[in-house]
Design a protein around this ligand. Structure first.
Ligand code: NAI
Length: 261
């Protein structure tokens, strides 16, 4: 099959880094794009020599001009992009009534508009070549109303809707656009955000009773990128969440015992 070349934003840490590793394991090429120069350096060290399979691209997805320049440079110097994974994101848990507009805007700028601009710029080029795959990373907080996530959840809900609109508009030119909605995944972002109380709360709502690993998101991302596996899938939200989004009551509340014999 033709070589894939995938741009991964937020690729230097957590879910993005696991996606980068999974892409390399497929024998594909990857652009690791990230805002954080230190993480990019650490990523370089951890991935080791990969010949011409990896390009490291400092990129702030919230800076439209910088994204346009970076995508152009990647295509000119590294080759045509066949896929994108938008994993760059920020999170904060703040009650709605304490959320100021600045925080809300920042969340939209990075998580939603950042994913949009990267997708738009790459899709314009994919259009010329007749196809490609875009995978966004939203969250179960973009589907359900999780406390403290008014800004974060709204940004991720926006990513899900954006995915559907782009999937519809780009379907006939061969570009598939899908979105992964992770549940709680053990990454640096979560290690910073999740207190012991937050962790305990998730354990009462996730049927598998555990956090996911970044590799479990990466598997879904590679599936959605790979036209051999997902060529008829577009506009879909794949929840990788240990069952969180489909769960009802989790604990045994004695219903069976109360039923008449
Ligand atoms: P992480 O903090 O480990 O990685 C995020 C990466 O994005 C970092 O390397 C950071 O430098 C980069 N980044 C942040 N702002 C950026 C910007 N403006 N431009 C370019 N890069 C930027 O976080 P994690 O957990 O790997 O999250 C990845 C994505 O998954 C995020 O979109 C997050 O919202 C989403 N997610 C994570 C969940 C989790 O439980 N870890 C659950 C649901 C969604």
């Amino acid at each position: 099959m033709a070589q894939q070349t995938v741009l991964v934003t937020g690729g230097a840490s957590g879910i993005g880094l696991a996606v980068v590793q999974a892409i390399l394991a497929e024998g594909w090429r990857v652009v690791v794009a990230d805002l954080n120069a230190e993480s990019l350096e650490r990523c370089k060290d951890s991935l080791g020599p990969n010949g011409d399979s990896v390009r490291y691209e400092p990129m702030n997805v919230a800076d439209e001009d910088a994204v346009i320049r970076a995508v152009a440079a990647c295509e000119a110097e590294f080759g045509p992009l066949t896929g994108v994974v938008n994993s760059a994101g920020i999170g904060r848990d703040v009650p709605a009534l304490d959320t100021d507009v600045e925080l809300f805007r920042r969340m939209l700028e990075v998580n939603l508009i950042g994913s949009f601009v990267v997708s738009r710029e790459v899709a314009k080029r994919m259009r010329e070549r007749g196809g490609g795959a875009i995978v966004n990373v939203a969250s179960v907080s973009g589907i359900a109303g999780n406390r403290g996530r008014v800004a974060y959840g709204a940004s991720k809900g926006g990513v899900i809707t954006m995915t559907r609109v782009m999937a519809v508009e780009l379907a006939t030119i061969g570009i598939r656009v899908n979105v992964i909605a992770p549940g709680p995944i053990e990454t640096p972002l979560v290690q910073e955000m999740h207190t012991p109380e937050v962790r305990a709360a998730w354990m009462t709502t996730v049927p598998q009773r555990r956090y996911g690993s970044p590799d479990e998101i990466a598997g879904a991302a590679v599936f959605l990128l790979d036209p051999r596996k997902s060529s008829y899938i577009t506009g879909q939200t794949i929840c990788v969440d240990g069952g969180f989004s489909i769960a009802g009551l989790l604990d045994d509340v004695g219903v069976a015992a109360a039923m008449p014999a």
